[in-house]
Design a protein around this ligand. Structure first.
Ligand code: KG4
Ligand code: ZN
Length: 339
């Protein structure tokens, strides 16, 4: 029997719906919320309201693009957490209503687990490679920075995590300090092209075990620029490429040093990378170079499945359905949730 899953994602500021049939993507719709741009970060109240406005048109479009009839949908999977509670409530409530009205199972999904399982989304007509278990996944997004051992689809263990800011947050905050728009990661990536990554040296944090820290770097960057701008108000404008390349290089070195340590500790050479920061061109180049040097097998999901999307929720729902892991209609979202 073929299995068709509708996935719903609403944990932060993207309202998304996707349909997956037997692991193959049929449609994936993501509606970004421009409303946050002028605030330089996500405003939770506005995010929840925008989800409320977007969710029905987004789901409707996902169903139409997939060319499936609603009765063909076998289950609905939704992000239970972690995320912004108001945002999560919209996706959760919608999914419960849908499950109840269609008399189909409801599946709760951990957003972090879903980022990892994005590696297994199949695209028809595309030659695919999938990581073999166990693999090591570096999850780097605006909200999370984790090193995860993936033993099986639904068996994962976090072996390192950030003790303060996430890597994407570091990109976004440093970009904001330089006056770049939100989210700043892609702007730093672009501005860094042609810049010298060794123009400015920023101290890397010393953190125990496989954990990460980025808040000290952001503060050091702020103070460094405050002094420079005092002497020359055009300092940032005149040195944007070098500043971007240097801060990007530092963030990437912090990530790579811990990833290399994790591969040495675990002996795992199958490596995945997930989350929005995996789009960073310099991080991709450096990961590829390390893979060649260290004999890793590297897996990077398509960009549309690396940033927040609902296809990753639907694929997780697919694996949970196969294990009959269903949720009751009394389930509620949670802001904090570990793998
Ligand atoms: O996974 P994602 O879409 O959402 C979260 O779950 O957070 O990740 C968004 C993060 C933002 O911090 C954004 O600045 C960062 O991913 N990002 C990048 C790039 N593209 C997106 N960071 C660095 N370079 C990029 N090219
Ligand atoms: Zn995410």
């Amino acid at each position: 029997m073929s299995l068709t899953i509708l996935g719903i994602e609403s944990s932060c500021d993207d309202t998304a719906a996707a349909i997956i049939r037997d692991g193959n993507i049929l449609s994936s719709i993501v509606s970004n919320q421009d409303v946050h741009k002028e605030f330089g970060g996500v405003v939770p109240e506005l995010a929840a309201r925008a989800h409320q406005q977007n969710i029905i048109p987004v789901v409707d479009l996902a169903i139409k693009r997939a060319k499936v009839a609603i009765p063909e949908i076998n289950a609905i999977a939704f992000t239970r957490g972690p995320g912004l509670l108001g945002s999560l409530l919209v996706g959760t409530s919608f999914s419960k209503g849908f499950a109840l009205s269609q008399d189909i199972p409801l599946i709760e999904v951990n957003h972090l687990q879903a980022h990892v399982l994005a590696h297994f989304i199949k695209v028809k007509g595309k030659k695919m490679r999938f990581p073999k278990f166990p693999f090591l996944c570096l999850l780097v997004s605006g909200g999370h920075t984790q090193l995860i051992i993936v033993r099986n689809y639904l068996n994962m263990e976090t072996i390192g995590r950030t003790i303060d800011d996430a890597a994407g947050e570091a990109f976004d905050k440093c970009a904001k300090i330089m006056g770049l728009p939100y989210p700043g990661g892609p702007h730093i990536d672009k501005a860094a092209k042609g810049g010298n990554p060794k123009a400015y040296i920023f101290t890397k944090p010393k953190v125990k075990n496989l954990d990460f820290s980025f808040s000290g770097l952001k503060t050091a960057f702020l103070y460094f620029l405050r002094d420079k701008v005092k002497k020359n108000p055009d300092f940032i404008e005149m040195n944007l490429a070098n500043l971007s390349a240097s801060i990007q290089q530092t963030i990437i070195e912090i990530l790579l040093e811990k990833l290399i340590e994790a591969t040495e500790l675990t002996g795992i050479k199958e490596i995945g990378i997930a989350g929005g920061v995996s789009a960073n061109s310099c991080l991709r180049e450096k990961m590829l170079a390390e893979s060649q040097k260290r004999n890793w097998k590297l897996f990077i999901p398509e960009f549309r499945f690396a940033t927040d999307n609902a296809a990753m929720i639907a694929i997780t729902g697919y694996y949970k359905f196969r294990q009959s892991q269903f949720a009751g209609l009394d389930i509620s979202p949670v802001a904090r949730l570990n793998i």
